[in-house]
Structure formats: structure tokens, C-alpha cells
Design a protein. Structure first.
Length: 102
């Protein structure tokens, strides 16, 4: 096997996996969160989980994942669900999410 062909195959596989991952994650939604210091806009792919959003809040604003709860229209968003699974959240929207740190 030639080295050039191996590199081409590896690059093609990487490109295919990247495209597949992007399709799984879907389009973006903008969450307006009331984290420390007022509302902040954060964009996420609709395929990411609520837990991923909480991790991003922890990294950006220091809110501990374990004690942070997200609510949409008074209803809690559950960690294992993807954003697309949460009623009221869909791609292309801007959605206000309440952040509660217990």
C-alpha cells in the first residue's frame, strides 16, 4: 500500500466522520441564559445534551454542574436529553432559559 493512498483514505474517512457528526448534532439554537451578571446568549447545536449546556455554563460562568438546573417555561430540562428533545426548543430559535443554582 502506498503512503499517499493511506493518507488520502485517512483524510476521506476523517471528512466523512466530521460530516456525519455535524448531521447528528443538527442546526444551532440560541439560548438566552440568566447566568451571573444578566442575560447571556449562547449558541449550541440542537443535538447536544442539557448536561453539555450545563458544562458550558460551568466553564464560562463558574456555575457548578451538579447544583445547576435549567428550566424552560417553568419546566426542568433533564440532563440526558438533547436540546432537540426538549419541548419548546428547535433549531434557528432564540429561547430564554432560566438558570437556577441550588
Amino acid at each position: 500500500m502506498e503512503l499517499g493512498n493511506l493518507e488520502e483514505t485517512r483524510d476521506a474517512f476523517h471528512d466523512a466522520k466530521t460530516k456525519e457528526s455535524q448531521q447528528e448534532e443538527g442546526e444551532e439554537v440560541t439560548l438566552v441564559v440568566n447566568a451571573t451578571g444578566g442575560p447571556h446568549k449562547m449558541s449550541f447545536k440542537v443535538g447536544v445534551t442539557v448536561a453539555y449546556v450545563k458544562l458550558a455554563l460551568q466553564q464560562q460562568y463558574g456555575l457548578p454542574m451538579a447544583t445547576t438546573q435549567l428550566k424552560l417555561n417553568g419546566r426542568p430540562l433533564l440532563d440526558p436529553l438533547s436540546l432537540s428533545d426538549c419541548p419548546g426548543i428547535s433549531a434557528g430559535q432564540e429561547v430564554s432559559v432560566e438558570v437556577i443554582n441550588t
